[in-house]
Write a protein that binds this ligand. Structure first.
Ligand code: SF4
Length: 262
């Protein structure tokens, strides 16, 4: 049963939350252990997206942040209402089939936060390691759990096909909290995730929302400075993201009282 306190999209009066606790609560809604020990997770869809030269994508339900610019559908805010459970082997097979049908060699999980159900994620990547039709598996993450618990990163370090993309949400704790709804002290975990990933030899790159309508030049500089402190090369190749006018993004920005035109 989901409590009335469960954070949905942000409003001007939303209470800030602990994203580690939110991950745990959300995990109970979107993941379940099967009788053979496999962990199933809720997905809303599977299809190929024509970014990264084409990538087979499974859209998971549930996240531990509430970014105001998030384009994900409302399964992020109401995970109990959306999606169907898929086992890791079913997910891997769906991704494989999409790769073959559309002639692409990359796969990923997107839409929500993949690390919330770590066992499921590990089991999917394990399956993918044995699928010749899939060359690369991209893990797109906000990094919060990978920064919080290094053992998560250790579990992922065994996979050769894995590439991780950490998406930074802000350059300061205050802006992180304003944009994601999480308490400001959790901002640092995004950067600690990058450190942990590099420490364990995982191919990693960094993206950050630097849209000038939302991010002031001094904050943008801080994002680059903090990334460069970890690894100057990562800062040089940092992927800058702008906010696309998806219906969900615009609705969330408006609900949070953020006007990009000002
Ligand atoms: S942008 Fe990513 S991290 Fe932020 S709420 Fe959406 S899915 Fe979660």
């Amino acid at each position: 049963m989901i409590g009335s306190e469960y954070p949905r999209y942000l409003t001007k009066t939303s209470k800030r939350f602990n994203p580690i606790e939110l991950a745990e609560i959300t995990r109970k809604i979107v993941c379940k252990t099967c009788s053979d020990g496999a962990e199933a997770r809720k997905y809303t869809d599977f299809y190929v997206v024509w970014v990264y030269q084409g990538i087979a994508t499974g859209y998971v339900v549930g996240c531990n942040l509430r970014c105001v610019f998030c384009w994900s559908d409302f399964s992020r805010d109401y995970p109990e209402l959306y999606g169907e459970f898929y086992r890791p082997d079913e997910v891997a097979e769906k991704l494989r089939r999409l790769c073959v049908e559309e002639g692409v060699e990359r796969a990923r999980i997107s839409g929500g936060e993949p690390t919330i159900c770590l066992d499921h994620l590990v089991q999917v990547v394990e399956e993918v390691e044995h699928i010749p039709e899939i060359e690369t598996f991209l893990l797109e993450t906000n990094g919060i759990l990978l920064g919080y618990d290094e053992s998560y990163v250790k579990k992922l370090a065994q996979f050769k096909k894995l590439i991780v993309r950490v998406s930074l949400k802000a350059g300061t704790p205050e802006e992180f909290s304003r944009r994601t709804g999480a308490l400001p002290e959790f901002h640092e975990l995004q950067f600690r995730a990058i450190r942990n990933l590099l420490k364990h030899g995982i191919t990693t790159y960094v993206a950050a929302v630097t849209d000038p309508r939302l991010v002031k030049p001094e904050e943008r500089r801080e994002i680059f400075r903090k990334t460069s402190e970890i690894d100057p090369v990562l800062a040089q190749i940092l992927e800058e993201e702008t906010i696309d006018p998806y219906e969900t993004s615009l609705m969330r920005l408006e609900a949070a009282g953020i006007d990009l035109s000002q």
